[in-house]
Ligand binder design. Structure first.
Ligand code: EPU
Length: 416
């Protein structure tokens, strides 16, 4: 298993190109099941999760190629299943449920099991589908879903769910009549998916607000789409500049997708200037401790919580970081403490008391964003940090060690 070795202490300086967003590309790939033929996506990142979705779709009969563009042909779909082996490695596999039901009227999808960041059930996806007339049975760990007819419905989510909103939006695109999704997720990835579905001929209004209206169509046709930049990768490099007293220019990003993160980092002591699709970021003072609370978009994202906490470990005072989305997303805390951080957990809040320095240590990655927080802490720490179980990082950060090395980090990968 690979590990990442980082010798901390260098200020990061230079340019970083931001990759396409994993969480936008995955639903787009799943949506290719809605229309028979050849779909073309550009700016699809080369990541393990993208490869997993590609394998999932190819098991169903899709033919795809990931070159400069990602081309996928869904003419010969013959299997309507997401098996346990793939769902357990990537929960986003559940995104095929809505499209399979919409187009083929049946699906067999493994229930996701436990997860490193919380229970993460899919009850809201299933309840919404049932409201649209889908018959759902649970059998030997699988959701067996059938939809002789798929009807539009008014579905009010009791909790905001990103992939739940995406799944139902895709199902509703080919349903009979109007579907209204209330308390829908407003994330940019949801908006991007709606734009692609509309490009295929769907009729969706309101994506990016809490109410999305979808008028079902009889048929959709394949189209072309460019994946939006990864806002979480962007935020991670912003923190890299902050934690190393660096000076970075991030190219090919969407600053408007990161307002809450940028506002907080500015308060924490960064100068951040946006121009078009780039961001220039510099540390201009000591790191100021501040409180953040994760919430659905447009508020501070849970996917930036661990990275922000790494920064706050070196803050000038006390920071309260409250996780409101996932009940167990603090696995990085114990690892950060091994590097000298002073953090106490009180329920859903981490009390982070700033320390003068972190020190390198062997640590273990537990999920994707936790891994990113350990990389950030390692970049600032004295001495050498070895991060084990780095496969988590490969799920969501494209060529991270090359990107970091190019801006002055001492980082390399070793097999252990
Ligand atoms: N929830 C339910 N029932 C459901 C669905 C969700 O109780 O049927 C709960 C979850 O347990 C959680 C909350 O609702 O407490 C929100 O979960 P959500 O469904 O929004 O999460 P998700 O769609 O499974 C996506 C991202 C995650 C990101 C979350 C929150 C993708 C592929 N994944 O997950 O990304 O953390 O939204 O923004 O889009 C990551 O990239 O590292 C990652 C985990």
């Amino acid at each position: 298993m690979d590990k990442l070795v980082i010798e901390g202490g260098n200020s990061l300086k230079g340019q970083v190109s931001i990759s396409g967003a994993k969480n936008a590309a995955l639903p787009l790939m799943a949506s290719s099941l809605l229309a028979s033929g050849r779909h073309t996506f550009t700016n699809v990142p080369r990541l393990r999760d993208i490869r997993t979705m590609q394998i999932l779709l190819s098991n169903m009969g899709a033919i795809s190629e990931h070159g400069d563009r990602f081309e996928i042909d869904t003419t010969d779909i013959h299997t309507y299943e997401a098996p346990y082996e793939l769902v357990k490695t990537m929960r986003a596999s559940v995104l095929v449920l809505g499209p399979l039901l919409a187009r083929y009227r049946r699906a067999r999808v493994s229930l996701p099991g436990g997860c490193a960041i919380g229970a993460r059930p899919i009850n809201l996806h299933l309840r919404g589908l049932q409201q649209m007339g889908v018959d759902i049975e649970l059998d030997h760990g699988y959701v067996i879903a059938k939809a002789p007819r798929l009807r539009g419905a008014t579905i009010s989510f009791e909790q905001v769910t990103v992939t739940g909103t995406e799944n139902l939006m895709m199902a509703a695109s080919l349903a009979e009549g109007l579907t209204i999704l209330q308390n829908a997720a407003q994330e940019p990835e949801v908006v991007a998916l709606a734009e692609y579905l509309n490009r295929m001929g769907a009729q969706i209004e309101g994506a990016g607000t809490a109410e999305i209206r979808i008028q079902g169509r009889k048929e959709l046709i394949p189209a072309t789409f460019t994946v939006i930049p990864d806002r979480i990768e962007t935020g991670t490099y912003l923190v890299a500049a902050a934690i190393t007293k660096g000076d970075l220019e991030l190219k090919g990003c969407r600053p408007d997708h990161l307002n809450a993160v940028i506002q907080n980092l500015a308060l924490a002591g960064l100068s951040i200037e946006g121009e078009g699709d780039s961001l220039r970021v510099k540390r201009v003072s000591e790191i100021k401790s501040l409180n953040v609370m994760t919430r659905p978009y447009p508020a501070f994202p849970t996917d930036m919580q661990a990275q922000f906490m790494a920064l706050m470990t070196l803050g000038s005072g006390v920071s309260l970081i409250t996780e409101q989305i996932f009940e167990n997303r603090f696995m990085h805390v114990l690892e950060l403490k091994r590097m000298g951080a002073d953090i106490q957990l009180e329920g859903r809040t981490a009390v982070v008391r700033g320390v003068k320095r972190l020190s390198g240590a062997p640590v273990m990655a537990t999920d994707l964003r936790a891994s990113a927080s350990l990389v950030l802490a390692a970049l600032a720490a004295e001495g050498v940090t070895e991060i084990h179980r780095i496969y988590h990082l490969d799920r969501g950060y494209e060529t991270i060690e090359q990107k970091l090395a190019a801006i002055g980090a001492r980082v390399w990968r070793e097999s252990s």
